[in-house]
Design a protein around this ligand. Structure first.
Ligand code: CA
Length: 222
């Protein structure tokens, strides 16, 4: 089970990340400032560090440099503010393995985490790359879908939503959960976008594939 250290001082984001990672079977530890992040990373074997650059007490870039100077090799993904190219370059120069720009979708970060864990020799993530239900196939490596062996075009968010349903057939997901996982924390809670996207998936993958559970949300017909 991959063990992840999250260094982030914004409680909205730490809650969002913890929920996301824990629901995927990862264990997480939160550090809310730079000194704590450094101390935790030095004292415990983590598989990966998610490092916000704007941290109190000790800046994320300094944490990164200290860890690399001490010979720590764990994969590090930095979180940066939108379009701050200087931070991204400094982070990669400082020894980060990848970066994600805020605001981000959980699925985007997760994909990058998986790439790092696959590269890393200290962790092996077992996962299936093909998910199937009712004549529909999702290939998680190529992000391509087929219906009865014919290719179907699914843009990124439609694919992400389909993947959530296919990973847990029969599990009911509320609109809020789907918003959280497909659109991240950066959405308008009043919007009906989830219903619109379920409509797209039904049209493309089959009208009876995704069930409406009244008052609860949606699920993939088991
Ligand atoms: Ca911050």
């Amino acid at each position: 089970m991959p063990h992840i250290l999250i260094a982030e001082d914004d409680p909205r984001i730490t809650v969002f990340l913890e929920k996301g990672f824990n629901s995927r079977g990862f264990t997480t530890v939160i550090a809310s400032d730079g000194l704590q992040a450094l101390a935790l990373a030095q004292a415990n074997p983590f598989d990966l560090l998610i490092l916000d650059l704007g941290l109190p007490k000790k800046d994320g870039l300094e944490v990164l440099e200290d860890l690399r100077e001490q010979g720590q090799t764990l994969p590090i993904i930095i979180l940066t503010a939108r379009d701050d190219m200087h931070d991204k370059i400094a982070g990669l120069d400082g020894g980060a393995d990848d970066y994600v720009t805020k605001p981000f979708r959980f699925e985007e970060l997760l994909a990058r985490v998986r790439v790092q864990l696959r590269h890393s020799t200290t962790a092996k993530v077992e996962e299936t790359h093909i998910l199937k239900a009712g004549g529909v196939t999702l290939n998680l490596r190529t992000r391509k879908a087929t219906v009865n062996s014919c290719n179907v075009e699914l843009p990124a968010r439609e694919f992400t939503m389909a993947e959530i349903f296919f990973r847990q057939p029969g599990q009911v997901f509320s609109r809020e959960q789907l918003l959280d996982r497909v659109w991240g924390y950066d959405y308008n809670p009043g919007s009906n976008i989830v219903d619109v996207y379920v409509g797209y998936l039904r049209k493309k993958l089959g009208s009876d594939l995704i069930e409406t559970v009244r008052g609860m949300g949606y699920c993939l017909r088991p």
